[in-house]
Design a protein around this ligand. Structure first.
Ligand SMILES: Nc1nc2c(ncn2[C@@H]2O[C@H](COP(=O)(O)OP(=O)(O)OP(=O)(O)O)[C@@H](O)[C@H]2O)c(=O)[nH]1
Ligand SMILES: [Mg+2]
Length: 414
């Protein structure tokens, strides 16, 4: 879609004023389609931060003016607790306590791609807490984005509803979160969320239940904030394949180490079944990362289409003829290499819906085998223990630089 490329060309300039109207001009379906890309991703706070960092590097976004994300809501709902999850520097943490009115003034900190602001309780009625309320509403007025927080136990009563109306009247992009969901038993959760939503006049899906204390659903809030920002949504979408590859790479490394260790007994002697099972299990995990659920049988079929057994035997024969490399090392290198190539093929399959061309698969396996042999042979004069071999494989995989999607794409081409 050329319009997205057009977007990107403008990035380093002063962006928001230009980008927003463009974004607004996008048909709702396109906007939705972009946002849906983010559904079903494996998430935790570190992973979301990794995705954001990738997006920033990917698009070389120079965030001149950081968006100001304001956390706002009644006293004691857990605003400062959420704030502490979002700020990147521990030194910036806000005070949290069970006493309502703990936060008295607005506090701002860096949250990576945006700035986050913690505010005092904004639900004062009468003179007590009036100043705090004003402070919070001022921040909301200046905000680029609001995280409006309520408490699952307190629910939405008159004062909460009044505050909500006051905040939405500012017409700022926002998320509504219902905190302390950990205090509600699982059985009652849908009812509590549904009631809060209907009191606010929202659909239940528009209220995100979280536990700031336990970190539950906090990554979803972070992702929600980031993808609501047109400056970031597009680079985030562009970074997704890289992000999924990074997750995939972790799975591949584990599987390649297992394969390499299984094959310490030279290949012509070993039974292929454990190797194929290991690779099929890896393919299942890679499918999950891409939000596909397939059976082990299907994963085995996918593995089988690459004829790994034959390829491994041929490579073993070819390379052992050259001499100078012990059989155990060669067979381990081949097993690890076929596993990495299979992982890459699975990634291409689930990412693009294409079967990796057999020639590419074979070339990649061959190149990787050579790489592993060269690296491992300098480390060991004789056959090592399983444990030190695992470590060496791990180091070699890490040193390969293939956790970078561009690097493995390149390695598959040559
Ligand atoms: N059970 C539970 N307690 C929470 C959660 N989040 C915060 N709390 C607790 O609720 C109390 C208030 O948390 P704060 O983060 O200080 O709340 P706040 O909204 O900043 O409060 P004020 O600054 O007084 O407006 C503390 O005792 C927190 O530990 C949560 O998700 N679950
Ligand atoms: Mg506070």
């Amino acid at each position: 879609m050329p319009i997205f490329d057009d977007f990107l060309k403008i990035f380093p300039e002063k962006t928001l004023e230009i980008l927003n109207p463009l974004w607004e001009a996008l048909p709702e379906d396109d906007r939705q389609a972009l946002k849906e890309k983010f559904e079903g991703l494996p998430l935790n706070l570190n992973l979301v931060n990794m995705l954001i960092d990738l997006a920033v590097v990917q698009a070389k976004v120079i965030v001149g003016h950081k968006s100001q994300v304001v956390i706002v809501g009644p006293a004691n709902v857990g605003k400062s607790t959420l704030y502490n999850h979002l700020v990147r520097e521990k030194a910036d943490h806000a005070e949290v306590s069970p006493v309502p009115g703990t936060t008295r003034i607005n506090q701002i900190a860096d949250a990576g791609v945006f700035a986050v602001i913690d505010t005092p309780g904004a639900d004062a009625v009468g003179p007590v807490g009036e100043k705090e309320k004003e402070e919070a509403l001022n921040a909301a007025q200046e905000a680029d984005f609001l995280v409006i927080m309520f408490d699952a136990i307190q629910g939405i009563k008159d004062s909460e509803l009044q505050l909500y109306r006051q905040l939405t009247a500012l017409h700022k992009p926002h998320l509504v979160v219902l905190n302390k969901i950990d205090l509600v038993s699982g059985k009652h959760e849908p009812e509590v969320i549904g009631k809060a939503a209907s009191n606010l006049g929202l659909e239940a899906t528009k209220v995100i239940p979280i536990s700031a204390k336990r970190g539950l659903n906090v990554p979803q809030v972070l992702l929600g904030i980031v993808i609501a920002d047109p400056q970031l949504l597009i680079p985030m979408a562009q970074a997704l394949p890289h992000y999924r590859w990074k997750l995939t790479w972790r799975v591949i490394v584990t599987a390649a180490i297992i394969s390499g260790t299984i094959a310490l007994v030279p290949l012509p002697l070993i039974d292929f079944i454990p190797l194929i099972t290991n690779q099929a299990t890896m393919v299942l995990s890679i499918a999950r990362i891409h939000n596909y659920r397939i059976t082990l049988k299907r994963a085995r079929e996918l593995v089988a289409t690459f004829g790994i057994g034959l390829l491994a035997r041929t490579l073993f024969q070819q390379l052992s003829k050259l001499g100078g490399v012990p059989g155990w090392l060669l067979s381990s290198a081949i097993a690890a290499a076929t596993t990495v190539a299979m992982g890459y093929a699975a990634s291409v399959w689930f990412e693009k819906g294409e079967r990796l061309n057999q020639k590419t698969f074979n070339t990649l396996t061959k190149n990787l085998t050579k790489f592993f042999v060269d690296n491992l042979k300098t480390r060991f004069k004789r056959k090592p223990s399983k444990k030190s071999f695992e470590q060496a494989l791990q180091d070699t995989l890490e040193d390969s630089g293939l956790s970078d999607l561009n690097a493995i794409d390149q390695a598959a081409k040559e």
